[in-house]
Design a protein. Structure first.
Length: 325
């Protein structure tokens, strides 16, 4: 037993000596912290976004980049309409990277097609015929060159994106009536839903060709809570010194900034009201006769007993004058 304890003590001592020797080594250095891989975050809303957007279904906020020298995978399974449009935009970015590397239009499309997965793969292999494959890969459009002479130019990438859009989304212009009906019914019942309303509104309005029209900004303000929307309109009138607000010179970013500033101002006002309401004696002392000096009637706070008497009296009157069955 004593021998076993002696052996364990020697091992611990050797272990400590090795650790001490490592720390005494002058060649050791502290590794620098690297921030290349940022932490993944998920979008959060108080309620689900509309089915055609589904922002909260995105796993991470990631920025894709393409070097034009690799084949990338493309999968649209389970994606909402807005996410599918984003995937098509990324396909266009990848084709632009291929074009900068000198690849022909047909080769660009083949590189994209080789990365198809899921529904896109089955659609290309089973749904489209060989004639349609050749028509897409050999497509050329007629354009005018610098000498105003009509020439044929390969446009395989543009036709491939258009065909995918037509088969999986339909005609995007036909959705404008549906999007406008969303705007008519879009409301922000409380300021807790403001972020949800802002993201849904801005995403849909920028899809339309009339996104530059000034009435969209006014429509967004009208969708805010009633009293808060009036505050925003009054703030804009005071800022522009006119009752006719020039929405055409106001960007969405400036409007959102004003709304944020007014929200913080409202929070401070509510905080001040709560402070004075919680400490009535001190509030009356601080206000003094300020209100009476400006002909404001002195407000009397109702006691709990008085409130109960008023409720009891109103309930008795309801019973007295209620129609008998």
């Amino acid at each position: 037993m004593n021998q076993t304890q002696t052996i364990l003590k020697k091992k611990k001592k050797n272990h400590f000596n090795e650790l001490a020797q490592n720390f005494e080594d002058s060649s050791l250095a502290v590794n620098k912290i690297r921030y290349e891989n940022t932490s993944a975050t998920r979008n959060y809303y108080t309620k689900p976004t509309p089915p055609d957007l589904q922002f909260q279904e995105r796993d991470t906020f990631a920025t894709n980049h393409f070097n034009g020298q690799s084949i990338y995978t493309w999968n649209i399974d389970g994606k909402a309409e807005h996410e599918l449009l984003s995937t098509l935009q990324e396909m266009t970015m990848a084709m632009t990277a291929y074009r900068t590397k000198g690849l022909e239009s047909r080769t660009q499309a083949i590189a994209i097609i080789n990365g198809f997965q899921g529904q896109l793969k089955y659609w290309w292999d089973n749904f489209l015929t060989d004639e349609e494959h050749n028509w897409i890969l050999d497509y050329k459009r007629i354009v005018r060159n610098s000498n105003q002479v009509e020439v044929e130019e390969p446009a395989v990438a543009a036709l491939l994106i258009h065909t995918i859009t037509l088969h999986f989304l339909g005609n995007p212009k036909e959705d404008q009536a549906f999007i406008k009906s969303i705007f008519i019914n879009l409301r922000c019942p409380t300021l807790s839903d403001y972020r949800w309303c802002k993201d849904v509104f801005l995403t849909n309005v920028l899809k339309g060709e009339d996104a530059h029209q000034q009435f969209w900004k006014e429509r967004f303000i009208l969708g805010l809570p009633r009293l808060f929307g009036e505050r925003i309109l009054n703030r804009l009138r005071q800022k522009n010194f006119t009752n006719d607000i020039p929405f055409n010179s106001l960007t969405f970013g400036q409007l959102f900034g004003i709304i944020k500033s007014e929200r913080l101002t409202l929070c401070n006002e509510l905080k001040l009201q709560a402070k004075y309401g919680a400490d009535r004696a001190q509030s009356r002392q601080e206000m003094g006769n300020f209100c009476e000096a400006f002909r404001f009637e002195k407000l009397k706070l109702l006691l709990t007993k008085e409130k109960d008497l008023i409720k009891e009296k109103s309930s008795q009157e309801d019973l007295l004058f209620s129609p008998k069955l």
